[in-house]
Design a protein. Structure first.
Length: 402
């Protein structure tokens, strides 16, 4: 709540929007129904006052009014793969399918990107952490319909190809960085797809940046690092990648690569399906040691699509402030809808309340993407988007109020 209110209903012009509802969720707390949220006509937060001080023309709602959602993990450029990849194949066949099917006519790719962005806007999303392997999304992002942080993703498990793959990634990075200078980072794809040489090159570019990495999405990822066994051997064979250089670290995949993330200001670990309690302890120790803040990004509907496996219940233990939410792409999800993600997480992890999950999807996401000065909470002067969830249990689409 904004204290020491300067809002005076008698002297200010009537160009304000005033919202009263069962619960105003501010991004971090749920306020009762005697509060009124006041914005200007562009949605900039003016104040939250009690109803007696709010004056006239108050719009009444049932349910929850919340700041707009932050989607911390998406691949907008894969939107044309909607309904093209079979479900429940497991990680290796999912990857093989994406690689095989991702090429498409330029018009089809661009139309799908445009439609997917429009879907996110309709679903109350205001900012996106978006993985990019190509410049396919650049033209749409240039329209500035949504805020994007662009994670330019590099991969390559063959050490001798590291420089070549890094240079390719840097070309894409430069294209985005010219237009979005503070909203672009070069990031590693996953522990199993980035060689030590390539990790080193990326790390040199990551000082004080926001990183994102796919983390422990499958059990096979840990098996590879622990014993050089499991389904990923099939992936490398199918892709014709020689693994003779690779010596298993006998540690989990996360503990094998975490030192390469130490220069970043923040790192978003996407998926975390097979992240153990020991891994979480490592993250906490490492956060203190290296001052890198880690965020665990849950993408449960993508987990259901790919493998029907989910992070363990302990992911929420003493960890709420570090959890954010993502949709992943339309290659592994039927929609880009953070409210659907929240509701599914709420069913699977009943210990996390709807308001705690709304915090993950608003305030926490904004902090993870370094945009809390504008997004994620109803704080005076911010323009976070105002969305209305009429009934948390039955509503699938929030309505954008301003
Ligand atoms: Zn992803």
């Amino acid at each position: 709540m904004l204290l020491n209110s300067t809002f005076d209903s008698k002297t200010k012009p009537l160009s304000f929007l005033k919202f009263q509802t069962d619960t105003i969720f501010t991004g971090t707390e749920a306020l009762s129904s005697n509060h009124v949220l006041i914005t200007d006509t562009n949605g900039k937060i003016v104040d939250i006052v009690d109803e007696q001080s709010a004056g006239e023309d108050i719009q009444q709602f049932k349910g929850i009014v919340s700041p707009g959602f932050i989607n911390c993990h998406c691949h907008l450029e894969l939107s044309h793969l909607k309904n093209k990849i079979p479900e429940h194949t497991g990680m290796v066949d999912f990857i093989l399918n994406v690689l095989q099917k991702r090429t498409a006519p330029e018009e089809e790719i661009q139309q799908a990107i445009q439609d997917a962005e429009a879907e996110m806007i309709t679903n109350g999303i205001v900012a996106v952490g978006d993985i990019c392997n190509t410049t396919d999304t650049l033209a749409q992002k240039h329209k500035n319909n949504l805020y994007y942080h662009n994670f330019i993703e590099v991969s390559g498990f063959v050490p001798s190809k590291a420089k070549e793959r890094f240079d390719e990634g840097m070309k894409v990075f430069e294209s985005f960085n010219q237009i979005f200078p503070n909203q672009t980072s070069l990031v590693p794809h996953a522990p199993y797809s980035v060689s030590e040489n390539l990790f080193n090159l990326i790390q040199n570019k990551s000082s004080n940046q926001i990183l994102s990495i796919h983390n422990q999405e499958s059990e096979a990822e840990n098996e590879l690092f622990l014993t050089k066994s499991g389904d990923f051997l099939r992936l490398y064979k199918e892709l014709g990648i020689d693994l003779s250089h690779f010596v298993p670290t006998q540690k989990s995949s996360l503990s094998s690569c975490i030192t390469y993330l130490s220069k970043a200001a923040k790192t978003i670990l996407a998926h975390d399906v097979f992240t153990s309690k020991t891994d979480l302890e490592l993250i906490k120790t490492y956060s203190l040691k290296s001052k890198t803040q880690f965020y665990l990004c849950l993408c449960v509907l993508a987990n259901r699509y790919i493998s029907d496996s989910y992070p363990d219940q302990f992911i929420f233990q003493n960890n709420l402030d570090n959890i954010v939410i993502g949709t992943d792409s339309l290659a592994s999800n039927h929609s880009l809808n953070i409210l659907s993600e929240i509701k599914n997480i709420n069913q699977k992890y009943p210990q996390a309340s709807e308001f705690e999950l709304l915090q993950c999807a608003t305030y926490n996401g904004a902090v993870a993407l370094n945009i809390e000065h504008q997004f994620g909470s109803f704080t005076k002067g911010k323009q976070p988007g105002v969305i209305w969830i009429e009934d948390f249990k039955t509503c699938n689409k929030p309505k954008k109020l301003v």
